[in-house]
Design a protein around this ligand. Structure first.
Ligand SMILES: Cc1cc2nc3c(=O)[nH]c(=O)nc-3n(C[C@H](O)[C@H](O)[C@H](O)COP(=O)(O)OP(=O)(O)OC[C@H]3O[C@@H](n4cnc5c(N)ncnc54)[C@H](O)[C@@H]3O)c2cc1C
Length: 440
């Protein structure tokens, strides 16, 4: 077993999963190198390697907690960088069918709203304060190198500005947002690849940033409008972000994609289930073009089911599980995975067992956000294996929503689950379940 204090870890990708994984590892390895294909901007501006970052990105309370664990004082950093402090249930108006808006309450849970580039810039700044983490930019990893006996990964190959490089590592973490390098290596070694569960959602987004009018004097800072599913999938997020701006993302699925021209985009906004967002932004000054994004499916790769996997290799973040973005979970789950990795390393799990233990340990963390995806099947066009009890689950969800509207304690619990502070099982506790079922 290598002496970790003298060992070298490589993290592929400097997105939210890569940055948090690097921080988690840095306390246990002598040196950590993040390899990123982009040149990373000093400012909080978009970059080509993370095109999704121009769309609304909510950092859930569970993700904020994980980031605060990895980077003590993180909340102060966000506030100082201009992120907007939000009381969930109060500052963002939540409109859902039957509740326009959902009862407004300060639930005592706070989060921050900001652009994803700002969140990434603040996280990167913290990562670079660790003396043993180095980021190599403009360097694209092209392959993983296994040991001769094919039991371990021992290096990565990447293309740098000066030509191809092979960099030795005792641990490699794929946080590339895809999983291509790991899957290719498994194929090269004739090892089994993980099964993938896919849910075909065909989710489309279009987004723009507008000035948040200083005279906007409503009692809310942002608004979420949910669609009247399954008749329509049109929904929207209007989030307050740094520099007195609003980031507006609208979406639809299965072919109902918002247009990329401003007139068409605004028509789409006007067609939302309620006029709240249209009325708020129609006269607001646009600050960016409209950008679009399409995601065909959510994907969960079952590494935990593999019988053999090379030592010294892990996958995390979207490379492992990519969620439907409308639930705002990916970055938070990535940060929670990093906290688990830190714990396993602190417990002294040997490298030979790290992948197996890590993939097993994160299943509970993935279960709740992935469980939420069941509501995607409300749309008949959604592809995948529909749960046999789908109708009952959807009914339960609707009755729970009614109860949450009436009872602040239940409201708080549902928010704690959706914010990834508590597991979904909390919504099935017998006493609560009995109350919910009585409403069906
Ligand atoms: C439209 C949209 C909206 C979303 N909204 C939310 C939200 O509200 N809340 C939320 O939590 N999540 C949201 N997500 C998900 C979120 O973006 C991801 O889950 C999260 O960013 C974690 O991603 P990651 O770090 O695993 O991958 P990425 O963010 O994709 O980062 C991967 C990094 O790896 C680099 N890279 C890739 N290949 C290589 C290579 N070969 N060599 C070197 N570097 C490489 C890339 O340049 C990039 O920097 C949304 C996603 C989409 C598509």
């Amino acid at each position: 077993m290598p002496d970790l204090a003298r060992s070298h870890a490589v993290v592929i990708g400097a997105g939210m999963a890569g940055l948090t994984a690097a921080q988690a590892i840095s306390g246990h390895f002598g040196k950590v190198t993040i390899i990123e294909r982009d040149v990373l901007p000093a400012e909080a501006v978009p970059r080509s390697g993370t095109p999704q970052a121009q769309h609304a990105h909510m950092l859930l309370a569970g993700g904020l907690k994980a980031l605060q664990t990895l980077f003590p004082g993180f909340e102060n950093d966000l506030a100082e960088a201009g992120a907007v402090n939000i009381r969930t249930g109060k500052d963002i108006r939540f409109e859902r069918p039957g509740f326009d808006p959902f009862p407004i309450r300060d639930l005592g849970i706070h989060i921050f709203c900001m652009s994803r580039p700002l969140l990434e810039a603040v996280t990167r700044r913290r990562v670079l304060q660790s003396p043993n983490i180095d980021i190599r930019v403009h360097s694209r990893v092209t392959g993983l190198v296994a040991s001769r006996d094919a039991t371990r990964v021992e290096a990565v190959r990447y293309d740098s500005e000066d030509g191809p490089v092979t960099l030795e590592a005792n641990l490699v973490v794929e946080a590339s947002g895809r999983c291509g390098l790991t899957l290719r290596l498994l194929e090269e070694l004739s090892l089994q690849k993980p099964e993938a569960t896919e849910i075909g959602i065909d989710q489309a987004y279009a987004s723009t940033i507008v000035e948040r009018p200083p005279d906007h004097n409503a009692d809310w800072l942002g608004n979420i409008t949910l669609p009247s599913a399954p008749a329509s999938s049109r929904g929207a997020f209007l989030f307050p972000i740094e520099k007195q701006r609003w980031l507006l993302s609208v979406g639809g699925n299965h072919g109902d994609a918002p247009p990329g021209d401003r007139a068409g985009f605004m028509d789409f906004v006007r067609s939302l289930r309620t006029p709240t967002i249209y009325d708020a932004v129609r006269d607001a000054r646009p600050l960016t073009d409209i950008v679009r994004y399409q995601l065909p499916c959510s994907t969960r790769r079952h590494f935990e089911r593999l019988e053999s996997f090379p030592a010294g290799l892990l996958a995390t973040g979207d490379a492992l599980c990519r969620f439907n973005p409308v639930f705002g979970q990916g970055m938070s789950v990535a940060a929670q995975e990093a906290v688990i990795l830190d714990r396993l390393l602190a417990e002294g799990v040997p490298m030979e067992r790290l992948a197996r233990d890590f993939f097993a340990a994160i299943q509970d963390t993935i279960a709740t956000p992935w469980g939420v995806a069941v509501s995607d099947f409300v749309y008949p066009a959604t592809r995948g294996v529909r749960p046999a009890d789908l109708a009952q689950r959807l009914q339960y969800g609707m009755a729970l929503t009614k109860l949450a509207a009436d009872d602040p304690e239940v409201h708080r619990l549902t928010v704690e689950v959706s914010q990834l502070l508590k597991p979904q099982a909390a919504l099935r506790e017998p006493a609560l379940a009995a109350r919910v079922i009585s409403l069906i």
